[in-house]
Design a binder for this molecule. Structure first.
Ligand SMILES: Cc1cc2nc3c(=O)[nH]c(=O)nc-3n(C[C@H](O)[C@H](O)[C@H](O)COP(=O)(O)O)c2cc1C
Length: 409
């Protein structure tokens, strides 16, 4: 077994190499303007990450349909977008020989009720775990609507390519539309888009094919996929493995492994065993299995904090890249630091006001990191000791009455 380290070059496909193994995983920045175009703050954030040494950055989820936003300040890429702003975003993410991909998403039913009265989903099934109050019950998509959504994903991918992004990533994880189609808990359709796993994966397969035919054979297309959604009757690890096999066979360039949904947010450590957390990489065992069935390049995201754990994961052969999200919101120069210091460990706090109810309502496990990204957007340094109240007050100022309405897990 060769011993790889985070500083080594990685070839994603014959035409696409990344200068090191560090992969910035998507974080929804909430820095879109009122037309859902990217702002100068976003350019600053991605330039900072690129200067910090990241090999490949994936943007926060960009929506493919402006009538289906997951969060109020999402960026949308469609015919109405100002492509010149996306060009500036791509350019900022490419300084210092960094690469930047755009994550494309449709939230399906994971749209907070204040953003949509009637979201769409594979089937008319509400979110569980008490989320049904904050997220309206969806209606089932018609077949022409499914085809139109697939087309929108492909169109957004083509625009991303035209704007200068180096690749795109399908958001197939965390309970959004692609993940809803894959899950037997959420997809109870009786047509060719539901039922057997083959039918449930038709949406993502056709999505990939449609994108591929619009962007050509060389432009990288990746996917973020759940190892499981950790819900009764939901997407299982065995099913996920079969989806990985299929996506590998049809030519996807990179598979990022995560897990969880709004109902059970394992992507940020919920229901992950303490022993796994101590090893840092939440989904490494699953990646090891995936590695045995596909030769597609893999990224494992969730839990990495130290150079040692990152290098161990790479040396194990289970993953080709190391995915990082929250640590980069606090340490934007983490790649340069971690590549220079094998004892480096990022300290990523669990932000709290001391009042559990307030923490939950303000969604601090997400929003506190958004506050850090907003600081970077203004050219300031993030602050690991930033009071959780700064985030709470900021949300209240920004969102008024909506401040405490759940908008994600
Ligand atoms: C503020 C915030 C926003 C996020 N937004 C996205 C997103 O848009 N798309 C996505 O795939 N994952 C998103 N995630 C999940 C991360 O990409 C990642 O899977 C998770 O945080 C675990 O990795 P970490 O332990 O390195 O933070 C987000 C996480 C945070 C903290």
């Amino acid at each position: 077994m060769t011993s790889l380290n985070i500083g080594s070059l990685v070839e994603i496909n014959n035409d696409f190499t990344v200068k090191n193994r560090l992969f910035k995983s998507a974080m929804s920045e909430q820095l879109g303007d009122k037309y859902h175009n990217p702002t100068t703050g976003l350019f600053q954030v991605y330039k900072t990450w690129a200067e910090g040494g990241i090999g490949l950055s994936v943007t926060g989820n960009v929506m493919i349909d402006r009538t289906a936003l997951g969060e109020p300040k999402n960026v949308v890429l469609d015919e109405q977008s100002d492509l010149s702003l996306f060009e500036q975003w791509a350019k900022a993410g490419k300084v210092n020989n960094s690469k930047i991909w755009m994550q494309l998403n449709h939230p399906g039913k994971q749209i907070p009720s204040f953003l949509s009265k009637e979201p769409v989903a594979p089937s008319a099934i509400s979110l569980g775990k008490g989320l049904d109050k904050a997220f309206n019950k969806p209606r089932a998509l018609t077949e022409p609507e499914i085809i139109a959504i697939i087309d929108k994903f492909a169109t957004s991918a083509k625009f991303a390519k035209d704007a200068g992004f180096d690749g795109v990533q399908i958001h197939g994880a965390h309970g959004y539309l692609v993940s809803q189609f894959l899950s037997a808990r959420h997809n109870k359709r009786e047509d060719k888009w539901g039922g057997s796993l083959e039918n449930r994966m038709r949406f993502v397969v056709e999505l990939y094919d449609a994108m591929r035919s619009k962007v050509g054979s060389e432009f990288p297309i990746g996917i973020k996929l759940n190892s499981a959604d950790y819900m009764k009757g939901g997407f299982t690890p065995e099913e996920s493995m079969q989806v990985i096999k299929k996506l590998g066979d049809i030519g996807i360039d990179l598979i990022e492994i995560s897990g969880g949904t709004y109902e059970s947010p394992s992507m940020v450590g919920h229901k992950i065993k303490d022993s796994t957390k101590a090893r840092e990489a939440y989904f490494l065992d699953y990646a090891e299995q995936a590695r045995s069935i596909v030769s597609t390049k893999l990224v494992v995201t969730g839990g990495f904090r130290s150079t040692k754990a990152m290098n161990n994961a790479l040396a194990s052969g289970a993953t080709d890249m190391v995915g990082l999200a929250r640590p980069l919101a606090i340490y934007p120069h983490l790649p340069n630091q971690a590549m220079q210091d094998e004892l480096f460990t990022a300290f990523v706090p669990t932000p709290t006001t001391g009042l559990r109810g307030v923490d939950k309502m303000a969604m601090l496990s997400i929003t506190w990191f958004e506050t850090q990204i907003a600081r970077i957007a203004k050219g300031k340094s993030p602050k690991s000791d930033l009071s959780a109240w700064v985030t709470v007050i900021g949300i209240m100022k920004d969102m008024g009455r909506q401040a405490f309405k759940p908008r994600r897990a």
